[in-house]
Design a protein around this ligand. Structure first.
Ligand code: HEM
Length: 440
């Protein structure tokens, strides 16, 4: 099967353009060559894929033919053998232990404290201007810190947040760089990375020690659930494993939800009619201070707004797999070692799979419509066995945030501009983030 691509000659192939500005490069490739694009990076064959059938084949139908691969190996420097980076038997074991931790039952137990954090945080003056990205960043960090550690990180938060962000950007740069210097070289950035990692590890270690003291009060948080989790053989996680899972959850569960909420609010500010409907719907969520699970949990407009925001602006805009063996994907012959980049951003905006794909229309995710979405055309949380473990967590959190923001305030974007983005590991809005709030 003949698949087209930029087909740059020379030793480097397409790597220079890709490394220079990956976002511009992939957009250009998709526009010119469509859902399947062939690339070469030095000796490495790679494909950009965004056809729903190819996504289904790789993530859902033949996941055992693929591994996470090269990029994820580099992430192990920070994430260790946590769920995102581990493979094979190690992943299977951890997955069995971790999936129940993120079930609806545990999430509902956490709702009162999440709701409290949101109410405390979301206090803005009438007619003030709010940087929605930084507000969501702070809010979702408080939520994840509270749900993971049952503690208010306000004392540690500034250093903690700076450390986590620094380590993440350091790693993204290493992932993107073809030949990064080995970590044993005493470069200032390496020293800074190790210092941040040591501070982080120290914090986790002291938390674990506190919990194990005889008189420690049992906590209602994910750390406790991770410490108590046991597999079928009655084995629990080692401290190292708990540490790896905690940093993994922090990395996976903070920036993604921050961006998802910031994007949803930008779209809502552009489409105020949905804010009114959300405000009305959120009245059905609470009765005498108690969450009404039936109306909160069903497919409702809150969920549809989150889903539609992520369709247009998937927080994880691309992710990677490497063929673990020779494999045929709908006629595309992949050789062991070939890399595939799976591209939600293009699949989810394609007129091949969506009507009026560039319009914000949450109705497409309401009951009766969402069942019609083509399999593989929508995958902001991934698909198949490695699908996001925090999906329910993210949905519960998103519904609570959207309902609070829209029932207390009206949001406006006084002068919308053509959207610009920063595409790191997550897709982030770089303009249209200053929203005007009016108290209801
Ligand atoms: C809107 C929010 C979120 C989005 C868009 C998102 C997206 C994703 C995606 C696309 C993957 C699959 C990556 C791949 O297959 O290579 C993933 C995996 C994962 N996510 Fe999320 N995520 C979100 C929230 C969360 C939250 C809140 C947590 C934890 C509290 C979390 C924890 C994880 C973990 C641990 C994995 C790895 C699962 C595995 O490989 O078994 N995510 N996420």
């Amino acid at each position: 099967m003949d698949i087209k691509g930029p087909n740059k000659g020379g030793v480097l192939g397409d790597i220079r353009e890709y490394m220079g500005d990956p976002w511009a490069f992939v957009n250009d490739c998709h526009e010119k060559y469509g859902h399947r694009v062939k690339l070469r990076m030095l000796h490495q064959r790679a494909y950009l894929l965004s056809h729903a059938d190819d996504i289904m084949a790789i993530l859902q139908e033949k996941p055992d033919s693929f591994v996470k691969g090269r990029t994820f190996k580099k992430l192990k420097l920070l994430l260790g053998e946590g769920l995102i980076t581990s493979e094979g038997e190690m992943w299977k074991k951890q997955n069995r232990l971790m999936r129940p931790v993120f079930g609806l039952k545990h999430m509902y137990n956490l709702v009162p404290s999440i709701q409290q954090i949101i109410t405390d945080h979301c206090q803005w003056k009438d007619q003030s201007t709010v940087n929605i990205h930084s507000e969501m960043n702070e809010l979702t960090l408080k939520i994840i810190a509270r749900t993971l550690f049952a503690m208010d990180l306000s004392k540690e938060a500034p250093t903690f947040l700076k450390d986590v962000e620094f380590m993440m950007h350091f790693l993204i740069k290493r992932v993107r760089t073809l030949a990064s210097p080995p970590m044993w070289m005493p470069l200032p950035s390496h020293r800074e990375f190790f210092a941040a990692r040591a501070r982080f590890d120290g914090l986790i270690e002291s938390l674990l020690q506190q919990r194990r003291q005889k008189d420690a009060i049992a906590s209602n948080d994910l750390l406790q659930i991770l410490m108590d989790a046991k597999d079928e053989d009655g084995q629990s996680m080692s401290d190292q494993q708990i540490r790896d899972e905690i940093i993994t959850i922090l990395m996976a569960g903070h920036e993604t939800i921050t961006n998802s909420m910031a994007w949803a609010m930008i779209e809502l500010a552009k489409h105020p009619e949905y804010q009114e409907r959300l405000a009305q719907e959120s009245q059905t969520f609470w009765l005498d201070g108690k969450l009404q699970e039936a109306s909160f949990n069903k497919v409702n407009l809150h969920l549809a707004v989150m889903d539609e925001g992520m369709r247009l602006w998937p927080p994880v805009w691309a992710f990677m797999r490497q063929a673990g063996k020779n494999v045929n994907v709908n006629g595309l012959e992949l050789k062991k070692g070939d890399i595939v980049f799976l591209m939600p951003f293009f699949a989810q905006r394609s007129k091949d799979f969506w009507q009026d794909p560039l319009s914000f229309r949450p109705e497409r995710f309401l009951a009766g419509e969402r069942e019609k979405v083509k399999a593989g055309a929508y995958f902001p949380f991934g698909l198949g066995p490695r699908m996001c473990i925090g999906k329910i967590f993210a949905q519960v959190e998103a519904k609570l945030i959207l309902s609070n923001l829209c029932s207390q305030y009206k949001w406006a974007l006084p002068s919308p501009e053509k959207q610009t983005v920063e595409a790191g590991i997550t897709l982030r809005a770089t303009n249209n983030i200053h929203l005007r709030v009016t108290q209801r």
